[in-house]
Design a protein around this ligand. Structure first.
Ligand code: SF4
Ligand code: SF4
Length: 315
């Protein structure tokens, strides 16, 4: 099926509407290979890697991350979507132990994948000769840069993607397509003179605007660090964080009045709503049962114990 200019516009609009219908809060389209800005973002990734700011996250070095075309032969466009994970029942971290809001609901990889697959099925009916490929987090794609290119928002100084309407409490998903579609305008940065995230980061991990040095970041250490101990300089700044850290998002003015997504998928598990030392004093089996179906299972039971202990050491 050849898409004419007229129905190209229509199908692009319908595709973005379909994404909202599936439960995403934002959607946009970019053309491949994208604008000059993408090249700048790729260069920035190179600099970040060459400074070893990714620490032990070696998968970030994947060459394919820099080339979207290598993920699907004949790729012409990408649909970018944002899934809002904040829920009005979130444990908002006023307790002794804190968990990042991104991890309080169901595993967002699975949620996003399922929704994108439904969109793919819709494409099979609407544009039968269009091939598509789903990318969610684990795929080697320069996610935030493509979301920015698709008009979803801008990469903030805290390195999160920020949308004017939805703040930064969302995770990204992508559908790469072999059809030419009508692209959206890449988003401009609206951080302006604000520096709140940089000022409030307790470990000074935002070493310059847009650049996070992972081995200074609480989120990195509580989720990714596989070492037996958390470094002392991080430990003394944990202040209750046992999984992730939301500070640089909590202080962002664009997150002040963001609509919640109160669905089953984002509703926190009961144990997360009631965090306290007793409730977390579990054996491996109980941890595994409780972490089932969440993104937090990336943090192994021994790491939870290490993170909790590190917090107790600094009470
Ligand atoms: S997640 Fe926390 S530690 Fe990491 S950059 Fe943001 S405020 Fe700093
Ligand atoms: S806190 Fe300010 S500087 Fe940081 S991401 Fe938000 S708007 Fe940008």
């Amino acid at each position: 099926m050849t898409i004419t200019l007229k129905n190209k516009k229509e199908i692009s609009k319908k595709l973005k509407e379909r994404a909202i219908f599936e439960g995403f809060s934002i959607s946009g389209i970019a053309s491949i290979p994208g604008s000059q800005r993408l090249k700048l973002r790729t260069n920035a990734l190179e600099r970040w890697l060459s400074n070893n700011y990714h620490s032990e996250m070696n998968w970030m070095e994947a060459e394919k991350r820099k080339s979207i075309e290598s993920l699907l032969k004949g790729a012409k466009s990408v649909l970018s979507v944002g899934f809002t994970y904040i829920n009005s029942q979130n444990n908002n971290n006023d307790k002794s132990f804190k968990i990042g809001k991104f991890g309080q609901g169901e595993d967002y990889h699975k949620v996003i994948y399922k929704k994108l697959k439904n969109i793919g099925k819709w494409i099979n009916l609407e544009i039968p000769d269009c091939k598509w490929k789903i990318c969610v987090d684990t795929s080697p794609l320069l996610e935030k840069a493509w979301a920015e290119e698709s008009g979803l928002g801008w990469i903030g100084k805290n390195s999160n993607l920020i949308s004017k309407k939805n703040g930064s409490w969302f995770t990204l998903g992508f559908l790469i397509l072999t059809k030419d579609l009508v692209p959206d305008e890449p988003h401009q940065s609206l951080c302006g003179k604000c520096d709140k995230c940089i000022e409030h980061c307790p470990t000074k991990a935002i070493v310059e605007p847009f650049v996070i040095q992972s081995d200074l970041c609480i989120a990195y250490h509580t989720i990714e660090n596989r070492e037996k101990n958390i470094p002392k300089k991080i430990e003394k700044n944990l202040n209750g964080w046992v999984a992730g850290c939301d500070i640089c998002q909590d202080v962002c003015p664009w997150n002040k009045t963001v609509p919640c997504n109160n669905t089953v998928e984002t509703t926190p598990k009961e144990w997360i709503k009631n965090l306290n030392f007793e409730s977390l004093n579990w054996d491996d089996k109980t941890w595994e049962e409780n972490l089932k179906g969440t993104t937090l299972k990336r943090i192994k039971p021994w790491m939870w114990r290490r993170n909790i202990k590190a917090n107790i050491n600094n009470k």
